[in-house]
Design a protein around this ligand. Structure first.
Ligand SMILES: *[C@@H]1O[C@H](CO)[C@@H](O)[C@H](O)[C@H]1NC(C)=O
Ligand SMILES: *[C@@H]1O[C@H](CO)[C@@H](O)[C@H](O)[C@H]1NC(C)=O
Length: 218
């Protein structure tokens, strides 16, 4: 199964890199990120070419399932430019997402990338919502693929009895994530209650309750 997964992911990457319109195009072979540089550019500045090695293009952090014993019952492990400096300017990245039975990857968006997932194990109910407010949803299982278009709100839920896992590919070195609930109810400084009471047509008490539940754990 692993090899089927790997082959599929490589195919996805080829497709995505041939059509990597989300990140700007590269102007040199490689621009391995100097993650320590204080200089800010659109992406990361390049390391000295003499200082590049295979380790800049390597990451083994998706080999094992992530721990899903948290309130949502899911964990996203990113393999983006922050983990793989060699991805800088290349316009692609991956994540692994693990789901406990009942686990949810809550509604969120990636402002800089389309996402395509490949189910490694288990089954998921997935969906995204268009700007016309139409829900496009599907039940997917091991070996199957689903796509979440760039910028649209989407989610995955494991309604099965077994753990589930996917590999997600993105046409950005750093797709960015805005999780709707935490963006609105756990921002810092906080979004004013009167914005949230009016937007959601609920009272201040309900807003405060949600805020306290989603507050970052200290
Ligand atoms: C090369 O990389 C090492 C380790 O990251 C760093 O300490 C050193 O300053 C780098 N040298 C150059 C010339 O960039
Ligand atoms: C999750 O499990 C790990 C390993 O079993 C443990 O170290 C960690 O404290 C647990 N986290 C929570 C939030 O229970």
């Amino acid at each position: 199964m692993r090899s089927l997964g790997q082959v599929s992911v490589m195919m996805l990457l080829v497709v995505l890199s041939a059509r990597a319109f989300a990140d700007p195009d590269m102007l040199q072979d490689v621009c391995v990120a100097d993650l320590t540089s204080k200089v800010k550019v659109n992406g990361f500045v390049c390391k000295e070419a003499s200082n590049i090695s295979a380790s800049d293009f390597f990451f083994d952090g998706l080999a094992k399932p992530g721990l899903t014993n948290n309130t949502q019952g899911s964990l996203v492990t990113a393999a983006n430019v922050e983990k793989i400096p060699g991805l800088n300017t290349l316009g692609v990245s991956l994540s692994r997402i693990d789901y406990a039975p009942g686990g949810l990857n809550p509604p969120h968006t990636h402002p800089r990338a389309t996402e395509i997932i490949f189910v490694l194990e288990g089954e998921l109910d997935v969906g995204f919502i268009t700007t016309a407010n139409v829900l496009i949803s599907q039940h997917i299982k091991k070996g199957e693929i689903f796509v979440f278009p760039r910028g649209l709100v989407h989610f995955q839920k494991n309604n099965g009895k077994e753990p589930a896992a996917v590999i997600a590919a993105f046409n950005s070195q750093l797709p960015g994530t805005q999780s709707i609930a935490t963006t609105l109810f756990a921002a810092s400084p906080t979004v004013p209650d009167d914005v949230l009471t009016k937007a959601f047509q609920i009272g201040t008490k309900e807003v405060e309750k949600i805020k306290s539940k989603l507050a970052p754990k200290k």
